[in-house]
Design a protein around this ligand. Structure first.
Ligand SMILES: Cc1ncc(COP(=O)(O)O)c(C=O)c1O
Length: 368
């Protein structure tokens, strides 16, 4: 069976884990500091803070900007539910706006309309680089500076992608990464990272992740913080994974190039947007759009190819968000997206033969 994604965990990662477990503190060990150093250098920001998940990175970003009750945060309904959940945790309202169907990312025209409509309440924009493909960051940053809003990049799917030469996660006020095992890189468990150039945000988040503990007054807690640190053993594994990230992204790009070459002209099959000078995707997922996706899914499964769906529903149609007065037909593009998307295999273990096999089977499906 060809899987949609594959984990890479090798001897070097195992040894790094054993070494950390034997020689370092389980929490706040040397590997955590080193992982943060490596990660901030890779992303190109002044700070990187290791956390226990990508959701936490989003949540603590919002708290560091003072966002909470009576505030609105603009985001996309075409994402994993955690994006909106992080907003909801703070007491703020996730104000969804629709996407553009050519890249499945938030539409800046719709952002502007939403800001005009809810001027006093909107405090931040949270774009998602869905599947690793960059959101329109110039337009988003321009709107943010015009209306004095924070920008929190949800870069949880975009390790290694870039926009106009800048790494995703270094363009907004904060970048947020997830190391969930299926991502382009992992820490072999849950984990996350917050990137920022702001000393203030970095200081605040480093306290919030550590129960709000004061850095200067022993035994005092300045905030109601969280237990949200990354374990040392996971950081040690993350450091090794990060060394391979660029190579893995390049391997993904090669597969994507072949998918585009082989599948470009098939009627009824919509491929994801290609890389260009400005937008270099991290190619976390290769997601196609098909009217009757379940037929293609079942056909490929019978041929030995697994596919997935990212995601079955746009966020506004999940039960907790329906309770916030969101309804069907509110975001037509996001609703088409959720009905038609299908994720086909993309990982660095795919062979040339695998790719040929997959593309032949997809072509066969559309001929029959
Ligand atoms: C777009 C997006 N945002 C946020 C998250 C949350 O990350 P985590 O699972 O590490 O909390 C994910 C993880 O899948 C994601 O894909």
């Amino acid at each position: 069976m060809i899987n949609t994604m594959e984990l890479i965990f090798d001897e070097e990662m195992l040894n790094a884990a054993i070494n950390a477990l034997k020689n370092e503190f389980f929490l706040k060990g040397e590997s955590v500091k080193k992982f943060e150093e490596d990660f901030k250098n890779y992303i190109g920001t002044k700070h990187a803070l290791a956390l226990n998940s990508g959701t936490t990175a989003l949540h603590l970003s919002l708290l560091a900007f003072g966002i909470g009750k009576n505030n609105y945060v603009i985001t996309t309904p075409a994402t994993f539910i955690a994006t909106a959940n992080a907003i909801t945790y703070t007491g703020a309202y996730p104000l969804f706006v629709d996407i553009t169907l050519n890249d499945y990312n938030i539409n800046p025209v719709k952002i502007e309309e939403a800001i005009k409509q809810h001027k006093d309440k909107v405090k931040a924009i949270m774009p998602v680089h869905l599947y690793g493909y960059p959101s329109k960051m110039d337009e988003i940053n321009e709107l943010a500076s015009e209306h004095d809003l924070c920008v929190i990049e949800d870069s949880c799917q975009s390790h290694g992608g870039s926009y106009k030469g800048k790494k995703l996660g270094s363009i907004g006020d904060t970048g947020t990464f997830s190391f969930y095992p299926s991502k382009n890189m992992t820490v072999a468990g849950d984990g996350g990272m917050l990137t920022t150039n702001s000393d203030e945000v970095a200081d605040h988040v480093s306290q919030l992740r550590d129960c709000g503990r004061s850095k200067t007054k022993a035994g005092i807690h300045d905030y109601i913080g969280y237990t949200a640190r990354l374990n040392t053993v996971n950081a040690a594994i993350g450091r090794v994974q990060l060394k391979h990230l660029d190579k893995w992204v390049q391997q993904r790009k090669k597969t994507v190039k072949r998918y585009h070459e082989e599948l470009d002209d098939i009627e009824g099959l919509v491929l994801p947007p290609k890389d260009n000078n400005d937008c270099q995707s991290a190619w976390h997922l290769f997601v196609v759009r098909v009217k009757d996706r379940m037929k293609l899914k079942e056909f490929l499964f019978k041929e030995g190819i697994r596919t997935s769906i990212h995601y079955d529903l746009p966020v506004h149609l999940h039960p907790p968000y329906l309770k916030m007065d969101y309804k069907e037909t509110m975001f037509p593009n996001a609703e088409i997206w959720a009905k038609e998307v299908l994720t086909i295999p993309l990982h660095s273990k795919l062979t040339e033969e695998n790719i040929t096999f997959i593309t032949q089977k997809i072509k066969k499906f559309f001929k029959t």
